[in-house]
Design a protein around this ligand. Structure first.
Ligand SMILES: [Zn+2]
Length: 200
């Protein structure tokens, strides 16, 4: 399964970024949620990561557990499934950012892609899913607050060259744009959750 196919299972659809000659010029964008990396400074990324857990908590707080576990349609993940998926994505990028800021290469295992159709994420209690998210938002937030300018620009190196290339082509090319991608994923999925919870 390709990276694009996997991302279409539940992640923001990747690959919309215009491919330019100079990979460093590519900015991550998303036709589905309107995300545009050009709108984001490091300061805004840091602020967003500091408040993201509360935003998810606020949306979850308006609904009963049964509703949060229900899939709006069989192929659309429940709020809890999106929350656990997002926690894994934010965790991945927190780890990846820490690896590249210390000069390392990110080891990626596509079999561990956080797919709620594969893993039993819906068995997680809503409060546990929120706590899981909060832990990983806080961890990445800490990195965005403390990384030096040099660390923030540390190039994203991945053990699989074709995956590294795919990320770079999407504008995810260093620690800072990796952290920003985690922010995009979280905002994109909070939108999915809010849409899914609208009364039918
Ligand atoms: Zn999006």
């Amino acid at each position: 399964m390709s990276l694009d196919e996997r991302s279409s299972l539940g992640g923001p659809t990747l690959g919309h970024a215009a491919v330019m000659d100079n990979a460093a010029e590519v900015q991550e964008t998303c036709d589905e949620c309107g995300f545009d990396a050009n709108d984001w400074t490091r300061d805004r990324i840091t602020k967003e990561l500091g408040t993201a857990a509360d935003a998810w908590r606020e949306v979850f707080g308006r609904h009963e557990a049964d509703t949060l576990h229900a899939r709006p349609r069989p192929e659309v993940w429940s709020a809890v499934e999106y929350a656990v998926h997002t926690a894994r994505v934010v965790e991945f990028w927190g780890d990846a950012c820490r690896t590249v800021t210390s000069g390392g290469v990110v080891d990626i295992d596509m079999a561990s892609y956080p797919d709620a159709d594969v893993f039993p994420y819906n068995e997680v209690a809503p409060d546990e899913a929120l706590a899981d998210l909060a832990t990983h938002f806080a961890s990445l937030h800490g990195l965005t607050e403390t990384a030096s300018t040099e660390e923030w620009a540390a190039p994203l190196r991945i053990s699989h060259p074709e995956i590294e290339q795919a990320f770079h082509a999407m504008g995810i090319a260093d620690a800072g744009t990796g952290a920003l991608h985690a922010v995009h994923d979280a905002l994109h999925h909070l939108g999915d959750v809010e849409r899914g919870l609208l009364p039918a």
